[in-house]
Design a protein around this ligand. Structure first.
Ligand SMILES: O=P(O)(O)OC[C@H]1O[C@](O)(CO)[C@@H](O)[C@@H]1O
Length: 544
């Protein structure tokens, strides 16, 4: 496999780094009055300002050249046409097919995947229409008041994030989510629910995930205790790629919504895994969500690299991660309903690109993978922004804001609270970039001993993403924007962004430790620390 570090643009970027580090955003803006305009790109309904990044025209030209020599365009085209770009699992990666319009065709291995996708969407639509209208009845004849989605990872984070994001569109039954094998999660989710009006969606691609099967089994017991075994078919449906395991669990495969092994878990909210979302917002709004994804897919597929938002933002992530030493990217949605977006992006980015070998198994000699974290503004401002503004870490930030609020309120002064929110967003990006110098602080009459404390260094990079409103379409656009950034980075770094071998050993080890932990086996796990901890745990749990 080609070593990207041997390519001319990578080597030139390594040398060019010093030039960028010797200048500041303040200087870059002063030198080019057109900078904001020229470094703003539109993608679908999103307007993306990347002018507050520590890049010059040369940096961008070299990064784009890096994308070209790494084969981003070729790999993108291979991915969307169904080539097996997930090489370690020998699978196609076709989440983009999940949002193709019904009129499109995409034949992969002799099968029209678009027809398959739309057949499942139709089945989901018919089912959710019945749940939402009250035509679907529980075993004792009651309509469904609450849908409980049981899943974890991609079978939870996407549905939970999107359902929360589209709170303003939620006109179906209440939806709750259970993911953790911690019994507290299911207990809390079931609190106050009437089994007679509760429907469980067991969402698991493999239908073998311990957490999901444990929670589904416990939920089944809860239901059967109240309504009897014969009530199960009216209260349990499944979303999976494994009909056999679904049937084994006791769910009628007629009540299973399928998808395919070419949909990665973290890329699956737009598949049948989004069933709980569709219950909440209805099939028409779900179609708008998919159309939003597709809009960005088309942008990614067709826009030239220099005007291609996922390409540019993905490359900026490579620049900070592999050349400037950044370890994380903070995501700051100025929309409270995007509260779960940072957690969603954690799985998307970190399970995809948290790899230290290339697709051919050779070790990478550079830093890969971005650590995503964040909180909605303005909450983050009163928690961790201090470190962003004056700390010693380089943390590129993504600000995400909306021009219109779904619903607005006014302050005591009669000002739109949404305008206050957005003023905060613009102010934070400005302060991060341009700071306030010691001279300015002094000129304000600050006591000399406080000048250093109050100085704001600035030169801290950020992207600002503006969308008209938080709608199903813009949520789809945002997700696709990040999916494709992750893809671009994976291609440049030469890694397989679609496997996740690193999560397997922990699962195996937990199963092996279980007898020792639960007291049915000897405490001899192979290392002193784990043995001692389990022994302490066992004696503590007896003491309770
Ligand atoms: O949908 P499943 O098969 O239950 O898997 C859940 C999650 O587990 C993982 O495999 C990680 O363990 C994720 O990639 C996936 O989203």
């Amino acid at each position: 496999m080609n070593d990207v570090t041997r390519t001319a643009p990578w080597q030139q970027l390594s040398e060019h780094r010093a030039e960028v580090e010797s200048t500041t955003l303040r200087e870059l803006f002063a030198a080019d009055p057109e900078r904001a305009e020229s470094l703003t790109v539109s993608a679908g309904d999103l307007v993306i300002d990347y002018s507050k990044h520590r890049v010059t025209d040369r940096t961008l030209a070299l990064l784009l050249e890096l994308a070209r020599v790494a084969g981003v365009e070729r790999q993108r085209d291979r991915m969307v046409s169904g080539a097996h770009v997930n090489t370690s699992e020998d699978r196609a990666v076709l989440h983009t097919a999940l949002r193709l319009p019904a009129t499109a065709t995409l034949v992969v291995d002799g099968q029209d995947v678009v027809a398959d996708v739309h057949a499942v969407l139709t089945a989901m639509g018919e089912f959710t229409d019945r749940v939402r209208s009250g035509a679907w009845r529980g075993a004792s004849g009651q309509p469904i008041a609450t849908v409980v989605n049981i899943g974890i990872g991609g079978s939870d984070l996407g549905p939970v994030m999107v359902t929360r994001a589209l709170r303003g569109y939620h006109d179906g039954p209440a939806v709750r989510f259970v993911s953790n094998v911690d019994p507290a999660d299911l207990t809390a989710a079931l609190a106050g629910l009437d089994p007679a009006s509760t429907l469980f969606v067991v969402a698991s691609k493999t239908f073998s995930t311990l957490e999901t099967l444990s929670n589904a089994t416990a939920a089944r017991r809860w239901l059967v205790a109240a309504l009897g075994e014969e009530a199960v078919p009216a209260h349990f449906v499944a979303v999976s790629t494994h009909a056999g395991r679904v049937a084994e669990f006791g769910i009628d495969p007629a009540n299973m919504f399928g998808f395919w092994d070419w949909v990665g878990g973290r890329y699956s909210v737009d598949s049948a895994i989004g069933l709980a979302v569709m219950c909440a917002i209805g099939r028409e709004r779900f179609a708008e969500l998919l159309a939003g994804f597709h809009l960005l897919d088309e942008h990614f597929r067709t826009a030239p690299l220099e005007a291609n938002a996922p390409v540019l933002l993905g490359l900026l992530g490579v620049w900070y991660t592999s050349f400037l030493g950044a370890q994380s990217r903070v995501v700051l949605p100025y929309a409270n309903d995007l509260v779960r977006f940072p957690a969603y992006l954690q799985q998307l980015a970190m399970e995809s690109n948290g790899k230290s070998v290339r697709a051919d198994g050779s070790p990478v000699g550079y830093r890969t993978g971005e650590i995503f974290w964040g909180e909605p503004g303005t909450n983050g401002q009163h928690a961790f922004y201090q470190l962003l503004h004056q700390g010693t870490h380089l943390v590129p930030a993504d600000f995400i804001g909306f021009a219109r609020a779904g619903e607005d309120l006014v302050t005591a002064d009669g000002v739109s609270m949404h305008a206050v929110l957005m003023a905060n967003m613009f102010a934070q990006a400005q302060v991060l970039a341009f700071g306030r110098s010691a001279e300015q602080i002094r000129a304000e009459g600050t006591a000399e001993e406080l000048v250093a404390h109050k100085t704001m260094p600035g030169n801290r990079p950020s992207t600002t993403i503006l969308a008209p409103e938080l709608t199903p379409s813009t949520v789809g656009q945002l997700i696709a924007l990040y999916e494709h950034q992750v893809f671009v980075q994976g291609v440049v770094w030469g890694i397989d962004s679609f496997d996740q071998w690193g999560v397997e050993l922990g699962k195996v080890q937990a199963t092996q430790l279980q007898p020792a932990v639960s007291g049915t086996g000897p405490v001899s796990t192979g290392d002193g620390s784990t043995d001692a901890l389990i022994a302490t745990y066992r004696s503590m749990s007896k003491g309770a």
